[in-house]
Design a protein around this ligand. Structure first.
Ligand code: 13P
Length: 241
């Protein structure tokens, strides 16, 4: 199981101290088959890499520019640059970026170049509350998958993170039976082997007991709760208990 911490726009140098607990946990038996990946803000990637030098915790970024090569793009970083400093993962298509106008076409370009740069991609999809109410969830997810993964044959380095927009940061999660159906639906979109599927949206130590019942989920993308090491560790522990 994968446990991916998305720190969003939070964290400074002092936050590194909070990781000691996680480092210790990652070396204990309690980690079980859990794999931990941290996606801090760009400013902390290098510090996190140093901090995790002697343990198996991996590092990712939260976005990248769509261009494969260097270019005059003030304020941006491409996938190759991320790989170069030691990141192995990148989150692409997060709803917080889609909301600001990141299109499926742009997401597709970003994914293609991230794969070229040998990064593993955490490709986020999910419907808004309005779309859910209009019973458009499947239609939206199909479109996001079709356009986001257009002309990408080898999907072995892609993880799909199903993050219903209405579940992010709200404390709400989908009903178990709905989530099971949606994950099955996402898997059914792939003829041969489906990419690994993660769930994200208000995952915390209290609701993980319900979420883990869906045994076709390959892991969790955790926002808020991942900034608190104890909570993040509890999520992993409770997944296996
Ligand atoms: P929360 O866990 O804070 O709801 O955030 C989820 C998320 O957006 C992870 O990418």
């Amino acid at each position: 199981m994968y446990f991916i911490a998305n720190w969003k726009m939070y964290g400074d140098i002092k936050s590194l101290n909070t990781l000691n607990r996680v480092i210790k946990f990652s070396k204990s038996k309690e980690i079980n088959k859990g794999r931990l990946i941290y996606c801090p803000p760009y400013t902390l990637i290098n510090s996190f890499l140093k901090k995790f030098k002697n343990c198996l915790i991996d590092i990712g970024a939260q976005n990248c520019h769509e261009n494969e090569t260097y270019g005059p793009h003030t304020g941006f970083i491409n996938a190759r640059m991320l790989k170069n400093i030691g990141a192995n993962y990148v989150i692409i298509g997060h709803s917080e970026n889609r909301e600001k106008g990141e299109s499926n076409r742009l997401i597709n370009l970003k994914i293609k170049n991230a794969i070229k740069a040998k990064l593993k991609v955490i490709f986020c999809i999910g419907e808004t509350l309005k779309e859910k109410r209009q019973k458009k969830t499947r239609q939206i997810l199909s479109k996001q998958i079709k356009l986001g993964l257009d002309k990408i044959k080898n999907k072995s380095n892609i993880f799909i993170a199903y993050e219903p927009v209405w579940a992010i940061g709200t404390g709400m999660i989908p009903k178990t039976e709905d989530l099971l159906k949606t994950i099955k639906f996402i898997k059914s979109k792939f003829k041969s082997k489906s990419p690994k599927i993660l769930y994200g949206g208000s995952v915390n130590p209290n609701n993980i007991k319900n979420l883990k019942k869906i045994n076709i989920i390959d892991g969790f993308l955790v926002g808020g709760a991942s900034q608190n090491s104890k909570k993040f560790i509890d999520i992993v522990k409770k997944t296996y208990s």
